[in-house]
Design a protein around this ligand. Structure first.
Ligand SMILES: [Zn+2]
Length: 470
């Protein structure tokens, strides 16, 4: 279904009205966010399951209280006898051909980490300046209150008989790697099926420039083992005449990049990032680059971190220095981790990596492959009206044009959403900004950014309520 860009642009009157309605509800939104931050639901085995259950019940109660859903339930999936964490699902069917919109967020949070590095207690929401600090204040409890408030604002503006369909999925194990996500989608297909999926779990470009995350890199990792000898040798007896496995491994790994630090594996895909300003100085500060250490690779910084492959050796089984002796190692293992560009296939990338390793193996060393991990990249190729409408709504809400951004890492469950719901348009939106420090100590959400994100989502639903797509 196609709509003209004009017809998707919210008019000034509805923008003003939406801002008023959001402003009226916003104090309640912030107090609910604070209450949610006080419930430390963590889906890691070392943390109590009771708080996660309490968190799910609280969230379900809030969606129930909107009074607009046909069903609100707490459910879990079981995979290989292991129970997944409790998730909240709510559903209200679209009427008269209006779109069905699935709103996703997650209610579990990262563990607090080193408490000494927190300047405020992690589970005691604290306002400092323009921000609310606390674990989950941004990732992703802000996503939950954004969805909830947008639904309430839609109801305030249109009345309880609105026709756009709304489904809600508040996951409970995202920070634990979503182990039962795929099964959950399959078992709850009927209530989660949607024309558009709004994943509110990413960042804006700045606190004032809204963004849609339109690309994510994928991941391929490969464990390799290199052998050159059938047993360890005294380096004084044979060194200089036969190769040890460490030397062979180092020489092989060194071929993965050229002398400028570009990935040297032939045939991998790459693309171009949006023309956004990210300075060398900002990169140096954000990455903690030591004085005098140079960047690697070519192209803009954003091309390199969003749209090109990268390779990092993330593990090497070697003898610790303290235990080293004058011994030539017969075999050694390494783990090679590769970020792959949007549009790349993990299998193709893996095969290209393997071909490179085989072609560059020094000294006729033996190469064996171990464990492989892979995650698909994301590129929002089949976006239609939903992307247009989301960009227009963000622009109207923030008063600045929305930009398309990438993430150099992955959100693994996005690949599952695409596979289970191939027809859905997926919008990755954000309540965060670059200072939100999700997963780190001193996580926070910027209050004005959160409010603008809610205005944008409210406008999206309000305009969506007028569209006939089915
Ligand atoms: Zn998150």
């Amino acid at each position: 279904m196609n709509f003209s860009a004009d017809s998707l642009r919210p008019d000034n009157l509805s923008v003003t009205l939406t801002k008023e309605k959001v402003a009226a509800r916003f104090p309640k939104t912030l107090s609910l966010l604070s209450e949610l931050v006080r419930i430390p639901g963590i889906a890691w085995p070392a943390f109590p399951a009771e708080t996660l259950q309490q968190s799910a019940e609280r969230v379900a109660g809030e969606f129930k209280a909107t009074g607009i859903f046909e069903t609100v339930e707490i459910r879990r999936a079981i995979v290989n006898g292991e129970e997944g964490a409790l998730a909240v699902v709510a559903h209200r069917a679209a009427k008269n051909g209006r779109p069905q919109v699935l709103l996703y967020a997650h209610h579990d949070v990262q563990p607090p980490g080193d408490s000494e590095r927190w300047e405020t207690p992690p589970f005691q929401p604290t306002v400092v300046g323009d921000r609310i600090f606390g674990r989950g204040a941004a990732d992703d409890k802000a996503g939950i209150v954004a969805h909830l408030t947008a639904i309430e604002v839609l109801r305030d503006m249109v009345g309880p008989d609105f026709e756009v369909g709304i489904s809600v999925f508040i996951e409970g194990e995202e920070e634990a790697g979503s182990p039962t996500f795929r099964k959950f989608l399959e078992e709850n297909r009927d209530v989660l099926q949607a024309d558009v999926i709004v994943v509110a779990d990413s960042s804006n470009w700045t606190t004032t420039t809204p963004a849609l995350t339109t690309t994510l890199r994928g991941l391929v990792s490969q464990v390799i083992e290199i052998s050159t000898l059938d047993h360890a040798l005294h380096s004084g007896m044979y060194g200089g005449a036969v190769p040890d496995a460490m030397t062979a491994m180092i020489r092989l790994l060194a071929t993965l990049h050229d002398s400028d630090g570009n990935v040297n594996v032939a045939g991998l895909k790459h693309g171009k990032a949006s023309e956004l300003n990210y300075s060398d100085e900002a990169l140096a500060i954000d990455a903690g680059l030591l004085p005098g250490v140079k960047q690697i690779g070519s192209g803009s910084i954003l091309d390199r971190i969003w749209m090109k492959p990268s390779i990092t050796v993330i593990g090497l089984d070697a003898v610790p220095v303290a235990q080293s002796s004058n011994t030539m190692l017969p075999s050694i293992k390494a783990k090679i981790s590769m970020r792959i560009a949007p549009g790349e296939s993990p299998i193709d990338a893996l095969n290209l990596l393997r071909s490179h390793l085989e072609a560059n193996l020094p000294f006729g060393a033996k190469l064996q492959y171990g464990e492989v991990e892979q995650g698909k990249p994301f590129a929002d190729e089949n976006q239609g009206w939903a992307k247009e409408l989301a960009s227009a709504s963000l622009g109207a809400a923030f008063g600045e044009t929305a930009v398309d951004i990438g993430i150099g890492g992955s959100i693994p469950f996005i690949a599952d959403l695409i596979e289970v719901f191939p027809k859905a348009q997926i919008l990755v939106t954000g309540v965060e900004d670059p200072d939100s420090r999700a997963h780190s100590p001193n996580e926070s959400v910027h209050v004005d950014t959160l409010r603008s994100a809610i205005v944008a989502e409210s406008l999206f639903l309000y305009k969506g309520n007028d569209l006939r797509v089915n």
